[in-house]
Design a protein around this ligand. Structure first.
Ligand code: FAD
Ligand code: SF4
Length: 474
């Protein structure tokens, strides 16, 4: 702990976003960076608490006090080495993690937590800039082969560790590029894709192999993969979207959020989308159904495409501005959060249920909605429509961002005859083993849709379980 008075002398300072009128005309990252001295000052605010609640709050259990001190001292190599002990990709989480660590930071008791997430991104960026993150291929190989299916953060974290430990690992991906939702989901204005490519170059130089455009279960059979490898890891995500089942939901102009977001990611990559397949918000009244992160990403993307108006509606009630008494520190605060996209010009409404999609000449024109109340019925929250509150909202483009139900069951999971849990996720035991011997699974596919940092933690835990399994085979 370099400066024992840092938290008293220095106020929390965040880098903030690029000016609004500048950032909404491009897909560059919205977040700015602090200068080096400010960043060191921010790291010096860490109190090095006896019990680091921030570490408890972080799903990968990053050791905050140690690397805050390294940043304060300007020892960027040590900072990133400490981060890499628990997190394969601090440059991803440093950009897009919702930072439960900051919710748990002791300084958050009075709403001034250490800027842990930004510090993490800064440590990773400085380390890349100064050449401290370089390929470190394993010195020996075990001769054992592992297939990882799915190249999102959980698959990459798992594959990275198993490769570093000397196993021969191939990552199979159905898309044309590696990264999962980091690549074709999260918008470029939150995560520049060059950040992914830079890390992939290192992983490849370390001997990790990637096979894109390979849909396992369709292009190759899962059972063949299992025969050719000593273990198969499934990190296939939770891609089955929750759909809107009301009258008119099949009208033209109503699309799944992921179809819309993926198209924009592809265009930013220089790919062409045929005109007749293009989903564009330009000049349209856009309504995003779903108040979460995916919905917020649709808002930011619609604004950049030049929408006439953007509304985001949510069925759940508006969260409170500050913590309620039953949601104390150091837990994740269930409060109202606004993203950079919300600031860019979006009208948000809560407690609105969609009743009907109204069309004209086969295309969406209006949404009929009604206000709802949520009442506690013996511990179960129940939704009740408020009489006389029905209304219509103009809509030329409706984006469905109501979450994901579970992984895709058809194809690979069905072919391997995997068991699912009560929610439809792939069922695994404590050692990440599925119901099929030799086949393991982790990430959103087993937990349901979650966060990048949780997917990384899952991937790391999966790697340890598979390594133990392989050691018994050696
Ligand atoms: C729009 C959006 C924005 C988000 N924003 C954030 C955010 O800001 N911060 C955050 O922490 N989290 C965010 N999330 C959540 C986060 O992206 C996911 O929790 C995380 O990516 C899950 O990682 P995963 O590795 O389990 O699966 P995924 O990232 O979903 O990757 C699964 C991969 O498996 C591939 N695959 C599936 N089946 C097969 C098969 N049979 N053969 C070959 N390949 C296959 C898929 O193509 C995909 O590439 C967001 C999610 C969405 C949808
Ligand atoms: S990974 Fe997320 S929770 Fe963990 S230290 Fe980084 S920002 Fe905080």
């Amino acid at each position: 702990m370099g400066n024992p008075k840092g938290f008293i002398q220095i106020a929390r300072k965040v880098a903030g976003y690029r000016p609004l009128n500048e950032r909404t005309s491009d897909f560059g990252e919205v977040e700015q960076t602090l200068n080096e001295q400010d960043r060191k000052d921010q790291a010096s605010r860490c109190m090095d608490c006896g019990v680091p609640f921030c570490q408890w709050g972080c799903p990968v259990m990053n050791n905050m006090p140690e690397w805050q001190d390294a940043i304060y001292r300007g020892d960027w190599k040590n900072a990133v080495d400490l981060l890499h002990v628990t997190n394969n990709f601090p440059e991803f989480t440093g950009r897009i993690c919702p930072a439960p660590c900051e919710n748990a930071c002791t300084l958050n008791i009075h709403n001034e937590p250490v800027t842990i997430r930004e510090n993490e991104a800064a440590a990773a960026e400085k380390a890349f800039e100064q050449g401290f993150i370089i390929p470190k291929p394993p010195l020996t190989r075990s001769g054992l082969k592992v297939a990882v299916v799915g190249s999102g953060p959980s698959g990459l974290a798992c594959a990275d560790l198993l490769n570093k430990w000397g196993h021969t690992v191939t990552v199979f991906e159905k898309d044309d590029a590696i990264g999962g939702l980091l690549r074709y989901g999260i918008p470029d204005f939150k995560l520049n894709k060059r950040v992914i490519d830079r890390r992939l170059d290192i992983l490849q130089d370390e001997g990790l192999m990637f096979k894109t455009n390979t849909h396992v279960g369709i292009d190759i059979k899962g059972t063949d993969l299992l025969q050719e490898h000593d273990a198969v890891c499934l990190t296939i995500g939770a891609m089955k979207p929750r759909e809107l089942s009301v009258e008119g939901s099949g009208l033209a102009g109503i699309h799944l959020a992921m179809d819309f977001l993926t198209q924009q990611n592809r265009i930013n990559r220089g790919q062409r989308i045929p005109e007749n397949e293009r989903i564009l918000a330009t000049g349209k009244n856009v309504v995003v159904i779903g108040g979460g992160d995916t919905g917020s990403d649709c808002v930011g993307t619609s604004i950049r495409q030049g929408a006439l108006s953007v509304k985001q509606i949510e069925i759940l009630p508006r969260p409170s501005e500050s913590r309620k008494s039953d949601n104390p520190w150091p837990y994740w605060a269930n409060i109202l959060r606004s993203s950079s996209s919300h600031e860019e010009g979006c009208e948000r409404s809560w407690s609105l249920s969609t009743k009907r999609c109204i069309g004209e000449n086969g295309a969406i024109k209006q949404l009929e909605v009604v206000e709802v109340d949520w009442v506690n019925d013996n511990g179960r929250m129940t939704m009740i429509e408020k009489p006389g509150t029905g209304r219509k909202i103009e809509a030329d483009l409706v984006l469905l961002a109501m979450g994901f139900v579970h992984c895709i069951h058809e194809g690979l999971a069905a072919e391997l005859g995997l068991e699912f849990d009560g929610r439809g996720n792939i069922k695994v035991g404590r050692n990440f083993q599925t119901s099929k011997p030799g086949v393991f699974a982790a990430g959103d596919a087993t937990t349901g849709a979650s966060l990048v940092v949780r997917a990384i933690f899952q991937g790391r835990s999966l790697a340890k379980a598979v390594d133990n399994y392989l050691k018994k085979k050696e």
